[in-house]
Design a protein around this ligand. Sequence first.
Ligand SMILES: [Zn+2]
Length: 405
Amino acid sequence: MCLFKNFFKKLFCCDLKKTIIFFFIILLIPAVFTGSNLIGLEKHLYGQSLEEELENVKKERQETKQKIEEAKKQEASELKEVKAVETELLASLSQLDDLNDRMSKAKSAIDQSTIKMVLQEQELKKIEGELDQKFAVLNTRVASIYKNGSTNILEILLKADDFIEFVSRIKLMNLLASQDAEILKEIKDKRAANLNIKKIILDLRDMQKQKKAEIEKLVSDAEKKQREIENIYDEKSSILARTRANKNALLALEKEFEIKEAEITRILESYKYGNAPGEKFLWPVAGYLKSGFGYRVHPIFGYRRFHSGVDLVAPSGTLVKAADGGDVIQAGYDGGYGYSVVIYHGGGFATWYAHLSRILVSVGQRVERGQVVGLVGATGWATGPHLHFEVRINGVAQNPLGFLQ
Ligand SMILES: [Zn+2]
């Protein structure tokens, strides 16, 4: 019975306060919340049967499932893109690493060449010094030999004591001359060789500098490319995150529809309980019909709204009787309806008795046709003592006059 109680509490929301609050909520709730517990609540406001609502919920659930499938496909394709960019990013990072490695090697090579060049320059200076000395010695000697002309040479030669000494002096002279020539050649060669080595080192250094500049350009290009890839990666990742959030929202929505579908199905199942009343309802109170079923200007609030039952005017304390036998599924104070009772008769049929001054039954109680369930009053929003009486089939308000004897 609890099931019915909750269900009818939810269904009989024609009470003004609830309706106002309800419409207020509906106006405020953004479309995204259609998946909340309020799904279809407005549809209970007259006209739509639970079967119709179930169909709608099923349809909406199916649509949501399709959207989830689309979101999953989108997610998969975006994930693929992100992975591809990730791979590209890793490749670019590794390339950048290689280039930086090459760059540091190039720098080190230049440093080595610089050191080599400095050493070579020192060596060159040292050799130049030695050569200068040799050159100076040679100069002095050549100067002393040739200063006084060939007579002096003859003198030196002629001063020899004997022929053997004469010959050996000539040999010595020749030897000195050839040594001078050798020294001159040596000086020339060493200078040339040194200059050549210096040139080679300088060329090597220039080449290394050029290579370094090329690598620097490559590094800068690679860094630029990497930044570009990083930007693409960030962009694609955030798109993927949005798609995932959307998918999760859809999954939650689908879950809501599933719950709603199960709830309505359960209620519809429960309607199979019992049979529809076999005869027309008893008039629940001896009174006169003041206000009928349908749209009317509300007696308190003064604007047009739907009246989901009939108002039967009778003095306060008049007995209110069950229109037919059934189970009491609601008995208590309920907002604008004041003290009210709902009886479920079977086959989806229920009757509602509102604005009572007293309730004489309790939830779960079985009542007979014509059994007193309460007394007429004016609790809730009522201008005076009367019974507000409703007939509902599967939760949908019907015109009671069509069902009364
Ligand atoms: Zn009424």
